[in-house]
Design a protein around this ligand. Structure first.
Ligand SMILES: CC(C)(COP(=O)(O)OP(=O)(O)OC[C@H]1O[C@@H](n2cnc3c(N)ncnc32)[C@H](O)[C@@H]1OP(=O)(O)O)[C@@H](O)C(=O)NCCC(=O)NCCS
Length: 186
């Protein structure tokens, strides 16, 4: 897991190129007939978001006024990404999740790449997020060029009522990551 709320953050350098995922940039349909598109916050099931963030209260805060994206297979919603503005053309991924039975099949990568490209194309300056200091999720983001900006020690201890464990280790600190969309001349 690693949803987050209560965040304010700026900037970062865009590093590596995202992995090449045919079918995503060219449109939004790939060979398994996945469609990724913007959806309304009302279409996002709370039960899905809770897989990534155990705090319904936090989710309600960042879901309000958010820009949401859904991954659909045969009209069925299999994954969502909730983003919200941090002001000054900075956007933040607050929650990204694929339903458990569809995980590890490439939907998360397609969804994340779609969102990264969406904000690049709409003129955002940066895309930010908060995640744990270890775990596969950190690799997932770093493979797409997210870079570490800072650490928030004890974020998950101070902001969640129950301890959060990943692979048997208590998650305590949050890493702030970002992609900065470099545009020459701006
Ligand atoms: C993170 C998440 C959205 C990724 O979506 P996904 O569809 O499972 O991911 P993909 O199939 O596109 O795979 C992305 C990479 O993560 C790896 N991965 C995904 N789930 C994993 C798991 N449970 N354990 C280890 N690696 C995992 C995949 O093997 C893949 O690695 P690769 O590029 O080396 O092949 C999804 O696993 C999820 O919903 N997790 C629970 C909620 C969560 O933690 N959200 C992120 C909050 S920070």
């Amino acid at each position: 897991m690693t949803g987050n709320c209560l965040v304010q953050f700026l900037g970062g350098d865009r590093g590596e190129k995202p992995p090449d995922l045919p079918g995503v940039r060219a449109g939004n349909v790939h060979k398994q007939m996945t469609i990724i598109k913007q959806i309304s916050e009302k279409e996002v099931p709370m039960s899905m978001l809770l897989h990534a963030d155990p705090s319904e209260k936090c989710i309600e805060l960042y879901l309000h006024g958010s820009k949401c994206f859904g991954a659909f297979v045969e009209d069925s919603l299999v994954g969502v990404c909730v983003t919200n503005s941090n002001g000054a053309d900075a956007w933040e991924i607050y929650n990204i999740v694929v339903i458990p039975e569809k995980q590890k099949q490439g939907f998360g990568k397609k969804l994340l790449e779609f969102v990264i490209n969406y904000f690049e194309e709409t003129g955002a300056k940066s895309l930010e997020l908060g995640t744990g200091t270890f775990g596969y999720q950190l690799l997932f983001y770093q493979r797409f060029g997210f870079r570490v900006e800072s650490v928030r020690r004890n974020f998950f201890v101070d902001n969640y009522s129950e301890p959060i464990y990943e692979e048997g280790i208590q998650l305590k600190d949050m890493l702030r990551l970002s992609i900065k969309y470099d545009r020459p001349g701006t």
